[in-house]
Design a protein around this ligand. Structure first.
Ligand code: HEM
Length: 509
């Protein structure tokens, strides 16, 4: 009897409490779905579109008739920007340069906040500036003949694997007769190119298998987490009760190879360090670290941080650029006329006796436009890398309280009808005027903007051009079974969007 009375009182009270909580939000916070008792509005977002959160937020924006959505993802106060003007504005404002402290960031950096991607404030500013400033000395982020030649050598090896057949056992996993396996077939020129910048040396072909293992590990990491961690980020204790299902094991395992890889390289650089002579970027960093320690007894520069800087630059190098080229090859299989146009341009501008060079870029608007259009058409990081408001800030009429996670919905920007007219069509010609590439027409922001702009944009754009143009110059591509491709592959939504690995038929031209 007493129990029934208690229940009769408790249940309505609980109901009222949940109801009030569901709609509790700060003053002038943007509208959005209510919070459920567990995971807040996360369930509702998943209900709108389980496998594509950027699309879910598009639908939620339509439902709530707002371009700025405010909601609670579990305990995390979150804002999603669907409007291109708001996205551009936010990315360019210092108040939004913070990052959220999430488990995906920590589990890859010895449970500390290290690296460039997931740090902020003074530490991030110093480390980002130092790395970009001194990587530049080794050709990163600018035109550099040594780097271009190093990547060219790697492209020749990549082509030779198919033209002369596998030379080492591990190559048989990627080349089988006329077939090559994507995306890993593309990986070595990008990875060795970055190693040339970081340590002034590259892995020889007999050791490429180590680089493919690295690329496989990083791909596993990227895919083990839905956007920036999903449920695992909201409730980190899931790692203890369902480590496999929550993606935790995949994230750790996938990233460990990268950490070990650079831990060994950094240890070797420290063991052989000579303070009077900088052999490469790592030496510059180690010298700076030792100088600061000597001068003030402590330093923001550390061995672990150096490992994480290398990892942060390598992790998109081993996946993101390959993913773009993979999407592009898939697109060519879907729209074969693109292949003819690329071949025509390469033959006219470069011929077949030398590899395409970066100088050719300006004379190859179609090939360049294909890469640009691919990054617009397929948003690699649909919700960007989340930012954090470091102070109370305004966007439009709304107030975004300090600490709020702010996600730019880059996919909405790339699919905006007002900007593109026909966003659903893959049409490289949209960037070409009077036979010239007009970059001003490219309103997409695949690399973000502002102070958090992707640190590897120039490297990515240059290396993608070199690898893709060299590959297309050498081969005619078609599906493994020779039949026309009718449908794109299902998308895998991880930290970046990818498609399942596949075999591609490549025949010398
Ligand atoms: C097609 C390839 C790539 C795309 C689409 C891409 C895109 C992005 C995006 C959207 C961000 C987040 C920007 C923001 O916070 O608003 C980012 C950050 C970053 N990217 Fe890339 N990226 C690519 C390749 C690369 C490469 C090859 C490197 C390194 C060589 C790189 C290094 C970084 C770093 C270090 C950051 C963190 C910047 C910071 O937080 O200050 N990215 N990238």
């Amino acid at each position: 009897m007493i129990a029934s009375i208690v229940l009769a009182v408790l249940i309505p009270c609980l109901f009222v409490y949940c109801y009030k909580n569901a709609y509790k939000r700060p003053d002038k916070f943007p509208p959005g779905p209510p919070s459920l008792p567990v995971y807040g509005a996360f369930w509702i977002v998943l209900f709108y579109e389980f496998s594509n959160l950027a699309l879910a937020f598009k639908k939620i924006g339509e439902k709530y008739k707002t371009k700025i959505i405010g909601l609670y993802m579990g305990p995390v106060r979150t804002v999603v920007l669907n409007d291109p003007a708001d996205i551009k504005d936010m990315l360019n404002r210092d108040e939004f340069d913070g990052r959220v402290d999430i488990i995906v960031g920590r589990l890859r950096s010895y449970w500390k906040r290290l690296g460039i991607f997931f740090t902020d404030g003074y530490f991030w500013h110093v480390q980002r500036r130092f790395s970009l400033r001194y990587l530049r000395d080794y050709g990163f982020g600018r035109r550099d003949d040594t780097l271009e030649s190093a990547i060219e050598c790697e492209i020749k090896e990549m082509l030779d694997m198919r033209l002369s057949g596998p030379k080492f056992p591990a190559e048989k996993d990627l080349v089988n007769g006329e077939l090559v396996y994507l995306p890993h077939f593309f990986a070595v020129p990008f990875i060795n190119g970055l190693l040339q910048v970081l340590v002034r040396s590259t892995f020889p072909r007999s050791e490429y298998h180590k680089l493919w293992d690295l690329s496989r590990g990083v791909l596993l990491f990227q895919r083990s987490s839905n956007d920036m961690g999903g449920a695992l980020s909201l409730t980190p204790w899931l790692k203890d009760i369902m480590p496999n299902y929550s993606g935790y094991n995949g994230l750790v395992k996938g990233h460990q190879y990268l950490l070990d890889f650079f831990h060994n390289i950094v240890s070797e650089a420290i063991a052989t360090h000579d303070p009077t002579y900088d052999r490469h970027f790592l030496d510059m960093y180690i010298r700076k670290m030792k100088e600061e320690e000597k001068l003030i007894g402590r330093s923001t520069y550390s061995v672990d941080q150096l490992v994480l800087i290398c990892s942060d630059y390598m992790f998109p190098t081993a996946t993101a650029v390959e993913a773009v080229l993979m999407f592009l090859t898939e697109r060519i299989l879907l729209q074969p006329e693109i292949q003819d146009k690329i071949h025509e341009e390469i033959d006219r501008v470069v011929g077949r006796n030398r590899l395409p060079k970066l100088d050719d870029r300006r004379n190859m608007p179609y090939t360049e436009a294909c890469i640009r259009e691919m990054m617009r058409f397929e948003t690699l990081v649909p919700l960007g890398v989340p930012h954090r408001a470091t102070v109370d800030a305004k966007i439009g009429d709304y107030i975004i309280p300090e600490g709020t996670m702010v996600n730019p919905n880059l996919m909405m920007m790339n699919m905006d009808k007002d900007i593109w007219g026909d966003p659903e069509n893959f049409r490289p010609e949209r960037f070409i005027v009077n036979g010239q590439l007009n970059v001003a027409l490219d309103k997409s922001l695949p690399f973000g903007a502002g102070k958090r702009l992707c640190a590897g944009e120039t490297y990515a754009r240059q290396a993608m051009f070199q690898v893709f143009a060299g590959f297309m110059q050498a081969f005619h591509i078609s599906t493994a079974d020779g039949r026309p491709l009718k449908e794109p592959a299902p998308r895998i939504q991880g930290i970046i969007t990818t498609i399942p690995e596949f075999w591609l038929r490549v025949v010398p031209r």
